[in-house]
Ligand binder design. Structure first.
Ligand code: NAD
Length: 290
């Protein structure tokens, strides 16, 4: 029997190997490697884990990296000054700011201060707008990573009824735009949705990103559904990481599913590297004065 697992670990390793070769090749002409600056302020465990994974991956492919660990008491103005400097820094192609930011900082203002050409997270309104208008440039890493996973598994999703659970700026909303771009009939459901069950049972493809451990059960879905689990939830009692899907319960019902860990997470990191290389190679044109 064919495996139902969409293996993000396997595919991300393949992408990372490809990037490594590309960096080695490009370095000879451009006389420098791609550069990524990572700014982080909060000290929570998930942020530390994400940054560690990103740094390991960047080192593995030969990127130049700068890590800016800032004090939580830092003033918004000082972050904006740092970003302005990085925007003008020749050796930096991508600027990543680890979210969430402390409450005294205006997150949107900080995101908008990154020049869109260096916005490797793809969160700047300009980049989101391009995706919305079917002319994508730098795209949010998690949704784009999921689309890459479908492509690598030759999954044709055009025409499917796709339901995205969760409507955040970083996952749910850009995910819905990606699915729309691929020709899915796309529905977004969220905490205020009244008839959630009906939307789920109508779905051929479900992408869930809500941050609630084991939320999605087999009784919510129809047979043969493709499920992508974005959720990362730490279970304190067992010190394990689980997704938003009750994997055991849905497995016999699905046609494909991403595991947690080893599904979407590694694809997010691999996509961040792809976006940084795209910035380095100036794959997309941006007006300098945006
Ligand atoms: P968020 O808290 O910003 O948004 C959660 C969304 O879920 C909201 O739109 C909310 O309306 C919706 N929601 C909450 N409860 C719901 C319910 N009962 N029914 C329907 N909708 C509900 O979260 P986020 O930043 O989008 O992250 C979601 C999850 O994805 C988290 O576990 C996060 O750690 C994980 N995440 C994983 C990756 C990755 O690379 N794997 C990347 C980003 C986020």
């Amino acid at each position: 029997m064919l495996s139902k697992i969409l293996d993000g670990n396997k595919i991300s390793k393949k992408i990372i190997q490809k990037i490594k070769k590309e960096v080695k090749y490009e370095n000879r002409f451009r006389k420098r490697p791609p550069g990524l600056a990572v700014i982080w302020i909060n000290n929570n465990i998930s942020s530390k884990i994400y940054i560690k994974k990103k740094t390991i991956a960047c080192n593995a492919v030969g990127f130049y990296t700068e890590e800016w660990k800032l004090k939580s008491s830092i003033k918004e103005q000082d972050i904006l000054i740092l970003i302005k400097k990085l925007n003008n820094e020749e050796k930096i192609d991508g600027i990543l700011i680890q979210l969430p930011l402390p409450s005294h900082i205006n997150t949107q203002k900080v995101i908008e201060s990154i020049h869109p050409k260096k916005d490797v997270d793809g969160f700047h309104p300009y980049n989101i707008g391009c995706l919305c208008q079917k002319k994508p440039k730098l795209r949010p890493c998690t949704p784009k990573g999921i689309m890459t996973l479908f492509k690598e598994y030759h999954l044709s999703i055009q025409g499917l009824n796709a339901t995205v659970i969760g409507a955040s700026n970083i996952v749910g909303r850009p995910m819905a735009l990606e699915l729309l771009l691929s020709g899915c009939t796309t529905t977004i459901v969220h905490r205020f949705t009244k008839n959630l069950k009906q939307h789920l049972q109508n779905a051929d493809l479900i992408i869930i990103a809500i941050g609630k451990a084991n939320f999605l059960h087999n009784k919510n879905i129809k047979k043969g559904t493709i499920i992508v689990d974005v959720g990362i939830n730490r279970i304190e009692k067992t010190n394990t990481i689980v997704g938003d899907v009750d994997f055991e319960s849905v497995y016999s019902h699905v046609s494909y599913i991403t595991p947690v860990p080893g599904g979407v997470g590694p694809m997010t990191v691999a996509t961040l590297l792809q976006n940084t290389v795209a910035g380095y190679k100036k794959k997309y044109t941006y007006d300098e004065n945006i």
